[in-house]
Design a protein around this ligand. Structure first.
Ligand SMILES: [Zn+2]
Length: 577
């Protein structure tokens, strides 16, 4: 569509705010809470790839300064945010899991973005008849009160942005539409003195009366129809205003472990359409608020699609933003960035004893420098830096079986990533065979909520998905057909279950039957039960079968019938000690 026609129809370009630091730098966050640190990245990558967002409309946030935060929050609260213990409580992790400066950097960038987004949509640059829109890909920290933080909300970016606009002379009414599954208790507390503000909310948790909130509490699993009816009623009661903040919560999605409203992805998109239409003449800032389901990035990307290009098209079910992103990076990496040119001179010098042995190449291709460069380009080194590590060295060694590559944190000497692999044939195909893979976060501590798994010396890094994708890109570059490994214990197969499958369909079926039996046990307990022989198959103690699991680069169809037959035939039971 022509640019001019597009502007006429939709009336505005969507400005989107995002920073690489929007990924929360806490490796325990996802395993402990379900909050995916990748949500903002995934939504951004998808919107750019779909051309629903043009690069010139992408805004890089600045950090809000403490003066801006202090318009809303007490000095005591702001002081306490410098302590790992406070942030650990807010984010439901252990203090050892919180890099304080990096976490507060993220919080302040989000606040800076919400403030600047609010300024941009209320500036006089566009005709008044059309409300401009901005989307901040993180934020909507609605549970933070002036003096109390909690529920993943260290400070209240919405209240901070409203206070900034007021300080700059905004007089009219401010609207807040809180469409997260939880009530806007923090926003209500922050705006208690603003008698003209309108706060509308639909949630499914009754946290007691919030006097200044138009609150609708729906039953659990209300679903699209009931939700959209309540939304229409709320939008009907909403007065006019100078600016609206929309918390397009991701935790309304069906299956969300924290929100329980049970909306479909299509229902979420329809929610956004109705709100956008109701705000056609009112400038609005949109924020993602909560979302604890693996698909919550789809809710956020959907909000971007609706606001940016008014699309109702579903995001394909099999689409994985990480795969798309990593394959784009792989295409941009030239082979000479990863390996070492063969000069011939080295060999002669080596023969004559004039030079030390040539540096080892991993799998005959990757130099240590090349691997370090790849880890940097795929973003892993950046994430490790934010967790407080670096500078880094990669070490390659020949092992009894295959070769090892380690990423070492130079100051502590601690390995952060350890791998041992070789080329091998599995099921008639050449694959990258992973003998060992460990992602280590030696700064983090185990806790009763996050106990060690067998063989685990320190907690993980939260980068397993990126690492798996990186190994697949390596396999592709080496001309191999996939990656394979042999899980020596139940938990290793369980952790890889979304990515890898047992080669043998009957074995996959037995594994699925077993994980069905153990699904309600914490993973550490489940894997111990298998290792200690407390699981029985057809009445006899079951011995873990460490068979090969594989992920093919070119997806192959599962032999579902054979898997299901084996699954149905496997009678697993759990002995009582
Ligand atoms: Zn929520």
């Amino acid at each position: 569509m022509e640019n001019a026609a597009r502007r006429w129809l939709y009336g505005r370009d969507l400005a989107v705010w995002h920073a690489p630091e929007y990924r929360w730098p806490m490796s325990a966050l996802e395993p402990r809470t379900g909050l995916s640190p990748r949500r903002a990245d995934f939504a951004l990558w998808f919107l750019l790839e779909q051309r629903a967002l043009r690069r010139r409309n992408l805004r890089l946030p600045r950090r809000a300064d403490y003066q801006e935060l202090a318009r809303v929050h007490t000095p005591e609260l702001l002081d306490s945010l410098g302590q790992a213990e406070t942030l650990a409580r807010i984010f439901s992790v252990e203090p050892g899991d919180v890099p304080v400066d990096e976490t507060m950097n993220t919080v302040r960038l989000v606040c800076g973005a919400t403030i600047d987004a609010a300024r941009e949509v209320t500036s006089d640059a566009t005709p008044r008849r059309l409300g401009r829109r901005a989307l901040n890909l993180l934020g909507g920290f609605h549970h933070a009160r002036p003096d109390v933080a909690g529920g993943f909300c260290a400070v209240n970016d919405v209240a901070v942005a409203i206070a900034a606009l007021r300080a700059e002379g905004l007089r009219g009414r401010v609207l807040v539409l809180d469409l997260d599954a939880h009530p806007p208790d923090g926003i209500a507390a922050c705006l208690a003195g603003d008698s003209s503000a309108f706060i509308g909310s639909i949630s499914c948790s009754d946290w007691g009366p919030l006097p200044n909130v138009d609150e609708t509490v729906l039953p659990e699993k209300a679903g699209d129809e009931a939700y959209l009816a309540a939304l229409d009623a709320l939008l009907g009661r909403m007065p006019g205003g100078e600016i609206a903040f929309v918390l397009a919560g991701g935790d309304v999605l069906a299956g969300d472990p924290v929100g329980r409203l049970g909306l479909t992805l299509a229902g979420c998109r329809e929610r956004d359409r109705r709100v956008a239409d109701a705000l056609v003449r009112i400038p609005s800032v949109w924020l993602p608020a909560g979302g604890y389901h693996p698909d919550s990035w789809r809710v956020l990307a959907g909000t971007g699609l609706m606001l940016g290009v008014r699309s109702k098209a579903a995001i394909p079910g099999g689409y994985d933003p990480l795969v798309a992103k990593f394959s784009a990076i792989a295409h941009s990496l030239a082979p000479e960035d990863l390996t070492e040119p063969a000069t011939g001179i080295d060999e002669i010098a080596e023969e004559l004893g004039l030079a030390t042995r040539r540096r080892r190449l991993l799998l005959g291709f990757y130099s240590a420098e090349g691997l370090e460069h790849a880890l940097y380009r795929y973003g892993l080194l950046g994430e490790l830096r934010r967790m407080g590590y670096g500078p880094f060295r990669v070490r390659i060694r020949d092992e009894g079986v295959g070769q090892s590559a380690k990423l070492v944190d130079v100051p502590s000497g601690e390995p952060l990533i350890e791998t041992v692999f070789e080329r091998r044939e599995v099921a008639g195909a050449r694959v990258l065979y992973v003998h060992w893979l460990a992602l280590r976060n030696p700064r983090a501590r185990f806790s009763p909520e996050r106990p060690p798994l067998p063989g685990q010396e320190v907690p993980g890094l939260g980068l397993a998905r990126e690492m798996t994708e990186l190994l697949l890109r390596m396999a592709a570059r080496l001309g191999l057909e996939g990656i394979a490994f042999r899980p020596s214990a139940y938990h290793l197969a369980f952790e890889g279950r979304e990515m890898v499958r047992f080669v043998d369909p009957a074995r996959q079926g037995r594994f699925e039957a077993l994980s069905g039996l153990l699904k309600d046990l914490p993973l550490a307990e489940a894997t111990r039960a298998v290792a200690e022989g407390r699981v029985r198959l057809d009445g006899a103690p079951y011995v873990w079968e460490a068979d090969e699991m594989v992920k093919w680069l070119a997806p192959r169809a599962d032999d579902r019938a054979a898997i299901d037959a084996a699954k149905a035939a496997s009678r697993f039971s759990l002995a009582k000690d």
